[in-house]
Design a protein around this ligand. Structure first.
Ligand code: ADP
Ligand code: MG
Length: 676
């Protein structure tokens, strides 16, 4: 047995359990060991009964005074009561409905009990209701695992223990590094994170494993970047970007002009540009991109604009045609095969200078004759590997790269992701933008909100209604959106031209709906969050967000950014009955400010770094243990270690670094499940 062995071959894991584990992302023994606890229950600090504090979750120890007595309150509701005692006093224990649990408690026997101390409504005595309990030898830290239905933390604990008996883990860090940074050996750390002796050991284990992640992340990024060093780009020394800016139907903002100037200077050099363009929704990033594309085309080179969705790619394609005399090709997954073939041939021959596309551009068979510039819109939707793809599949020269983002990335993080990255910021909105008025309205006033929308539609304006968000599953989200749409079409918005937009629609259908909406054939768009990314219709001035409490702060801001893109007054109505303080706080922030950077900062504060930087936010591989935002010390240490290793063995060729290299590769593979 080894780390790759499927869980099904483990004792005690049948087909059904294997399926349950799969839902947790645990397919192999390695996955199981990488499935680390998210917290611990402290069954080690035993509180004397006399001091058990009300309202707190604690561990107590006591001898059961009598076999639990059954009290039938009503059908389906049976209580089992007993009492425990220690040297200091007694405590009532209540178990609901589980005769199985109750019968496990033996009179005169001592147990540990873990639960919350409450006060019984009738006896006014302190009690512990439905506690977990175990034999006294279980006084330790109990791991709490991320779970799914059908499996408990205790069951996972047993499996983990069995797994450790079956496999050995090799150390992959050089001894010198273990010593220098006082790190636990790999296997010891992994054992300890699942079953720590005490808090100090849990902490030390976490530190070692987080170090692993950060080190492999940085070494992996180094490996990815290596291609760039000493690489040459095509210098584009012309003033086409400036000319393009001047020819726009509107005057560029100072920030746009500055961003174009900064990038144009980079692009005139032989060193490949590596630039991030940050700008709030509506700050006009597309025009900046267009100007740079013009510079590439004027230099006789090729350029590509990469968008995360077909909708957005098509929109960019149209915008570029409208803004200037650019005639880019369009390459999407849904492009008919014959057309695709023609475009690819044109790219390979160099007869097609500009192309706008989606992931379809990242396919290995897309080859450019002379690709000099790559612009990535909404960069966080792409992984590091993907961004690298376009630059490496065109071997001889490295293209200049501009990545665009509406979510500000802290500089330390940006540096890590992009290496020697330069940043331009659009800190200014085009003139005449009136801040979007944002209101929160309870569900009871929904009819009035709808009437307000109708009033706007009657004036020839357009609006969005964002559907209530349904949990993750796309299928039910689609069903819910359809139903909601039908309800509106037959009810509050009968007689109006309504459109529906959801993620499961075919790209063609989406485009049709968006075009009709942009052209004014549709007045009101009922949409899921697919409208979140970059869709631009200046005449849309009102948005309603149903169940607004279900959305995060940055997401609400992005959604809201779909209106207020023309010069007129715009409104965003958040419908919600939520009274919880977090939701209220989010609404308050949105009402108070339209500044996306300020909102991102607040979001970071509210959600904490773990979630904010979570998984796919920045196209980095997801980290399981380390936290880029808060593990600053560890980040610095792992960075120094990565540099030391990289200086001696830049491509990790040495046999001593084999394990590390494999961990790096694994981290950047799509099926990442921990690199311990
Ligand atoms: P984002 O930064 O969110 O991608 P867009 O590039 O979609 O923003 O631009 C938003 C809208 O602002 C578009 O309708 C665009 O034509 C318009 N716009 C961009 N720059 C200017 C400007 N300098 N003056 C007026 N309107 C502008
Ligand atoms: Mg955009």
């Amino acid at each position: 047995m080894n780390l790759q062995t499927s869980m099904q071959y483990m004792k005690g894991v049948g087909e059904k359990r294997a399926l349950t584990l799969r839902r947790l992302g645990v397919a192999t023994i390695g996955d199981l060991l990488a499935h680390v606890p998210r917290a611990y229950e402290d069954w080690q600090t035993v509180v004397p009964l006399a001091q058990a504090p009300l309202g707190e979750v604690i561990c107590v120890s006591g001898v059961v005074s009598f076999a639990p007595a059954e009290h039938r309150l009503r059908p389906g509701m049976t209580l089992y009561r007993t009492q425990i005692s220690d040297d200091t006093g007694t405590l009532d224990i209540t178990i609901f409905n589980s005769s199985y649990q109750a019968e496990k408690l033996r009179e005169g026997t001592a147990y540990l009990f873990y639960g919350k101390i409450g006060k019984n409504a009738y006896t006014h005595q302190r009690e512990m209701s439905s506690p977990q309990f175990a034999a006294p030898d279980q006084a330790r830290l109990h791991p709490v695992y991320p779970l799914t239905e059908g499996i408990s933390s205790r069951q996972l604990e047993t499996l983990v223990e069995r797994a450790f008996a079956l496999v050995r883990l090799q150390e992959f860090l050089p001894n010198a590094i273990l010593e220098q940074y006082a790190l636990l050996p790999r296997e010891e750390a992994l054992r300890a994170i699942h079953r720590p002796k005490d808090w100090a050991q849990a902490q030390a284990a976490r530190r070692r494993l987080a170090f692993n992640e950060l080190l492999t992340l940085q070494l992996g990024l180094r490996l990815l970047r290596q291609g760039h060093e000493g690489q040459r780009a095509t210098p584009l020394q012309n003033s086409a970007a400036q000319d393009f800016l001047q020819s726009l139907p509107f005057a560029p903002t100072t920030a746009q002009a500055r961003a174009v100037r900064e990038a144009a200077v980079d692009m005139a050099k032989e060193r490949p540009m590596q630039r991030l363009l940050q700008g709030d929704v509506g700050s006009g990033k597309t025009a900046v991109a267009a100007a740079l594309l013009a510079q590439a085309a004027a230099g006789g080179a090729q350029a590509a604009l990469l968008a995360p969705t077909e909708l957005l790619a098509r929109q960019h394609h149209q915008t570029l045609q409208k803004l200037g005399s650019l005639q880019p090709a369009l390459l999407l997954g849904s492009t008919p095969a014959a057309q695709k073939k023609k475009t690819k041939a044109g790219l390979a021959e160099g007869t097609v200078p500009l192309v706008v596309g989606t992931h379809a551009l990242l396919q290995g068979d897309v080859v450019f004759a002379n690709l000099a510039l790559v612009i990535v819109d909404e960069q966080h939707r792409f992984g590091v590997e993907q961004r690298k793809q376009l630059t490496t599949q065109n071997a001889h020269k490295t293209p200049h790269t501009l990545v665009m983002s509406a979510t500000p990335i802290p500089r330390s993080l940006a540096l890590m992701i992009y290496g020697e990255l330069d940043i331009s910021v659009l800190d200014e909105l085009p003139p005449g933008r009136v801040p979007i008025k944002t209101y929160q309205v309870p569900c009871a006033l929904r009819p009035r909100a709808y009437a307000y929308v109708r009033k706007h539609l009657d004036q020839g304006l357009r609006g969005y209604i964002v559907c209530p968000r349904v949990e993750e599953d796309e299928q039910s989200a689609q069903a819910a959106a359809k139903e909601f749409y039908a309800q509106l079409a037959q009810g509050a918005f009968k007689g109006y031209a309504l459109g529906l937009l959801h993620g499961k629609m075919k790209p063609r259908q989406k485009e049709e709906v968006m075009n009709d909406f942009a052209a004014g054939k549709l007045q009101l768009l009922v949409a899921t969050t697919v409208v979140e990314v970059g869709v631009d219709v200046p005449d849309a001035v009102i948005m309603i967000v149903e169940n607004a409490e279900r959305f995060g702060l940055s997401q609400l801001h992005q959604l809201r950014g779909r209106v207020g893109r023309g010069g007129g007054k715009s409104t965003c109505i958040l419908i919600s009955d939520a009274e919880n303080p977090e939701a209220q706080h989010r609404f308050a922030v949105l009402k108070e400010t339209n500044d996306g950077f300020a909102i991102a900062r607040r979001d970071l504060e509210l959600r904490g770094p773990g979630e904010f930087f979570g998984a796919r936010q920045h196209g980095l591989p997801p980290l399981r243990i380390a936290d880029i935002a808060t593990d600053t010390q560890l980040l610095a240490e792992s960075k120094a270690a990565a540099e030391a290793i990289g200086a001696k063995d830049p491509t990790l060729q040495s046999p001593a670094h084999e394990g590390l290299k494999r961990a790096c590769e694994k981290l950047f593979s799509t099926s990442y499940s921990g690199s311990f």
